[in-house]
Design a protein around this ligand. Structure first.
Ligand code: S3P
Length: 169
């Protein structure tokens, strides 16, 4: 298993990137990094604070730097934020430096998984369902173009998802 390349998880909010990434890394005995957590640790502030003070653009710049840094480590599992694919720099780093796995889910599942969440500024609005559908329309082509494989995470246990990833990469 150690000869597997870096594994990078992409996909929308609430797809299970952090949970599955942690399990996958444990399964492969390699370090796991979550780019959102790494950004927060580096900055010493949480994501809502970064969005408030620096705007989404400020957060995206921090995200580009962090993804550049994390994708140069090896061998690792990295979970990225749902919007990472919006930036060409991130898409290129992910594609060139490892195998990219798109974790797919449904908007229903996203709504359930993010229902009580206060840490995702883009979902602090009344019309969360519409926001998630719009994001899917914009981002699904980018997730597909960036990934090597796509794996469904809705109605399945994280363990089943990890087993499928290990089998297919
Ligand atoms: C975002 C997703 C979040 C986080 C930020 C923006 C997005 O990460 O990076 O709130 O644009 O979809 P998760 O996908 O881990 O929730």
């Amino acid at each position: 298993m150690q000869d597997l390349p870096n594994l990078f998880l992409i996909g929308p909010m609430g797809a299970g990137k952090s949970t599955i990434g942690r399990l996958l890394a444990a399964e492969l005995s390699r370090p796991f990094y979550d780019s959102d957590h790494a950004i927060q640790d580096r900055c010493g502030a949480d994501i809502p604070w970064i969005f408030d003070v620096e705007g989404e653009q400020g957060f995206r710049l921090r995200e580009i730097h962090m993804i550049d840094e994390l994708t140069q480590l090896s061998p690792v599992v990295v979970a990225t934020g749902g919007g990472a694919v919006l930036r060409e720099e991130n898409r290129r780093a992910l594609r060139e430096r490892g195998t990219v796995i798109y974790l797919l889910t449904t908007v229903d599942q996203q709504l359930r998984r993010t229902a009580k969440d206060r840490n995702r500024p883009l979902l602090q609005c009344a019309n969360r369902e519409q926001v998630l559908y719009d994001m899917f329309a914009q981002r699904d082509p980018l997730y597909r173009a960036t990934s090597d494989i796509a794996v469904r995470t809705d109605r399945r246990s994280p363990r089943a998802v990890v087993n499928e990833i290990v089998r297919r990469v």
